[in-house]
Design a protein around this ligand. Structure first.
Ligand code: TRH
Length: 359
């Protein structure tokens, strides 16, 4: 009999919560033949990534997934065999009661981090007051963690390392509004290397418009200054966004899901972690750089680290951009190597299925 899985997703902010859950739900359904319900509390945000969603529907089927509106009056009486609580979102008490009755298994999918403690906490349990056991599942970059989301259709990064940066360098820009966006755009515009920068429409557009002395920018608009041309794209479907990353030479990504997609695109990328209190995102960033670029030659590593640190700061120097372009070939080769290493590991959904079946 087909196993029934429920994935619970609370949209805290931005797109990553639903971005991760939607990818995982689809992969579990299509590659592992599971019967999936995805419970989402904010259909409006979900609709940005799943345009065919109907906002008024409490239950609907999209791409083989039953998308359930997680609202106060939803029917929580029927619990699944396997329950994935994404990012400790907290399950409805009525649903937990149903889980207890149906002896469902309960896994909390944690945030991705390259910090070494993820290995220690992965697969640990948390006994609950009602006698149930909640299991912690930590995604990660090593065999001892829960792995990374990667569908079967993603090709391995096979292309040989390029010798030098291409003439018209293509860049994609997806970041949080507090990034030093204007300084980056100035550095690019003043540089020698022509750059075509694709900006999917998000909350950073006002700053990009500001750089060009405009009050606003519209989807489809193309504006240039110096070496920089910016093209405003619509907010893309996940599939189109993934494609964009593979077509660009440098990708600015953020959060969690776009970060992982940049890894599979295998192109040099600059990751902006989600801003956390007391600078907790910085150790997270440093752990990733140390883990991911082990094979990078020291000069390129220094340049890459400087670029990432400058991107977290308000003082972004033009020289950081110039140095990054100069080291591009070397960064590209090391990025591909790192992606290939991760590609050889089992993907998150496959590991999760094995993990759950062993509970
Ligand atoms: O939106 P994010 O910042 O999401 C987050 C936050 O950090 C959040 O706090 C955290 O809880 C969560 O991650 C896990 O960045 P992220 O993770 O990259 O998610 C963006 C999603 O949006 C991702 O699935 C890619 C998708 N996307 C598109 O589908 N089209 C687009 O045009 C763009 C720019 C992104």
């Amino acid at each position: 009999m087909t196993q029934r899985w429920d994935v619970f997703c609370k949209v805290v902010d931005n797109f990553g919560d639903i971005g991760v859950c939607w990818r995982l739900a689809r992969q579990l359904q299509s590659e592992h033949q599971l019967d999936i319900r995805l419970w989402v509390d904010d259909l409006q945000v979900a609709q940005r990534l799943i345009p065919s969603l109907t906002l008024a529907a409490t239950e609907q089927r999209v791409d083989g997934i039953r998308v359930m509106h997680w609202c106060a009056d939803a029917d929580f009486s029927d619990a699944a065999d396997m329950v994935i609580e994404a990012f400790a979102c907290g399950l409805p008490p009525a649903y937990i009661a149903a889980m207890q009755q149906q002896q469902s298994r309960w896994v909390n999918l944690e945030y991705l981090t390259a910090e070494t403690w993820a290995e220690d906490f992965h697969a640990k349990t948390s006994p609950q007051a009602n006698g149930m056991v909640r299991h912690f599942y930590f995604p990660g970059f090593t065999q001892a963690t829960g792995g990374l989301i990667r569908e079967r259709h993603i090709p391995p990064v096979l292309h040989p390392p390029a010798k030098q940066a291409v003439n018209a360098c293509k860049v994609s820009l997806f970041c949080y509004p507090h990034a030093p966006i204007i300084s980056l755009l100035s550095a690019i515009a003043e540089g020698k290397q022509p750059v075509h920068c694709y900006v999917p429409s998000t909350t950073i557009l006002p700053q990009v418009a500001d750089f060009f002395g405009k009050t606003s920018l519209q989807v489809g608009q193309m504006v240039s200054h110096g070496a920089l041309t910016v093209e405003v794209l619509p907010f893309l479907s996940q599939a189109d966004y993934d494609q964009l990353l593979t077509r660009c030479d440098i990708n600015f990504v953020r959060g969690e899901d776009s970060w992982v997609r940049a890894i599979w695109a295998g192109k040099p990328f600059i990751w902006q972690p989600y801003l956390q209190e007391e600078g907790a995102h910085i150790p997270k960033l440093k752990a990733f750089l140390a883990q991911h670029y082990q094979s990078m030659p020291i000069t390129a590593l220094n340049v890459s680290q400087a670029m990432h640190m400058a991107w977290q700061d308000t003082a972004f120097q033009a020289s950081v951009w110039d140095d990054y372009l100069a080291a591009w070939s070397s960064i590209n080769a090391a990025t591909q190597e790192a992606s290939r290493t991760l590609f050889s590991q089992t993907d998150l959904a496959s590991k999760l299925v094995i993990f759950c079946n062993n509970l």
